[in-house]
Design a protein around this ligand. Structure first.
Ligand SMILES: [Mn+2]
Length: 302
């Protein structure tokens, strides 16, 4: 029996991670509370999902930090990732499916690390970016542009060696899915191809969202005990759905993303979902957050 399918009891372990420590500005730390206010827990229950709420971790709001070893605010990012790993490990040990509400993308290191204590987990990286920049080549030093680099064992030692195995994910246990090919610089493309990473950029997804999702999923499921889904809302087109912390104007529609997420979450190997980069300040009329919550609940508990 896969984690989270225990009959009769709670199936989802909900965790909020209110952090923007790995971002370039504040705002994302407000997302867990905003997603809860938009009815996430109630809608999951209405759909028949059992939810055990593990609450939110302490707030880690972005603050200006000098660049050191090529990155900013490493200590706080590492601390939050450690807290996430411990809590996700508990959720998984309880037989529940983690649903983790970020927070910036660096929290995914913690989620993978928590699951990797139990399973040979693979990662569906559903994101507007590949996050393959490095401390040496990044113009900003902002850590949430480097998450994939660190999970693959590169970057700064405090993060490349994070978790129960090194690298945290093998290159053949990653699917980069939905990114905008124009967002990657030459160095990122070089690392993507150099590591033979499987990649399905947004234009390919758009041709056949559910079909491409099934293809990527089958590759990943063949190489992993379980599949964690990282969903960065910046994979959505900012022109239509401007909720992400950073704009991406060649992204997917909400319906396209919903088709893909539905495929991923229905997998027998589905092991959890991380939602990142939501900035509630970008939804002053309260329209986008409920739409996102509805889509997430349909995918996870549809
Ligand atoms: Mn992104």
């Amino acid at each position: 029996m896969t984690a989270g399918t225990t009959a009769g009891g709670p199936t989802i372990g909900l965790l909020g991670v209110p952090t923007s420590a790995g971002s370039h500005n504040a705002g994302q730390e407000k997302a867990p509370a905003a997603l809860r206010s938009a009815g996430l827990v109630e809608q999951l229950a209405e759909r028949g999902a059992g939810v055990r709420d593990f609450g939110d971790l302490p707030v880690a709001r972005h603050r200006p930090a000098e660049r050191a070893d090529g990155v900013r605010d490493l200590g706080r990012v590492r601390m939050v990732a450690g807290q996430v790993a411990d809590r996700v490990g508990e959720i998984r040990a309880a037989g529940l499916l983690p649903l983790v509400l970020g927070g910036d993308c660096t929290i995914t290191l913690g989620v993978v690390a928590g699951l990797a204590r139990h399973d040979d987990v693979g990662l569906m990286y559903f994101d507007g970016d590949a996050d393959l920049s490095t401390p040496q080549t990044s113009g900003s030093g902002v850590l949430d542009t480097m998450g994939m680099t660190h999970m693959l064992g590169g970057g700064v030692a405090a993060l490349s060696g994070f978790g129960p195995r090194q690298p945290l994910v093998r290159a053949d246990q990653v699917e980069l899915f939905g990114f905008d090919p124009d967002e990657l610089d030459t160095g990122e493309w070089t690392r993507l191809t150099g590591r033979n990473l499987h990649a399905t950029p947004a234009p390919a997804v758009r041709q056949d969202p559910a079909g491409r999702a099934a293809d990527a999923l089958s590759r990943l499921a063949a190489r992993s005990d379980s599949v964690l889904v990282h969903f960065d809302v910046d994979v959505l087109d900012t022109g239509a759905f401007p909720l992400a912390n950073f704009p991406h104007f060649a992204g997917l529609t909400l319906d396209e993303a919903a088709s893909c997420l539905g495929v991923f979450c229905r997998s027998a190997k589905f092991a959890g979902l991380v939602v990142t980069e939501v900035n509630p300040d970008h939804d002053p009329d309260g329209v986008l957050l409920p739409a996102l919550v509805g889509m997430l609940c349909a995918a996870v508990a549809g």
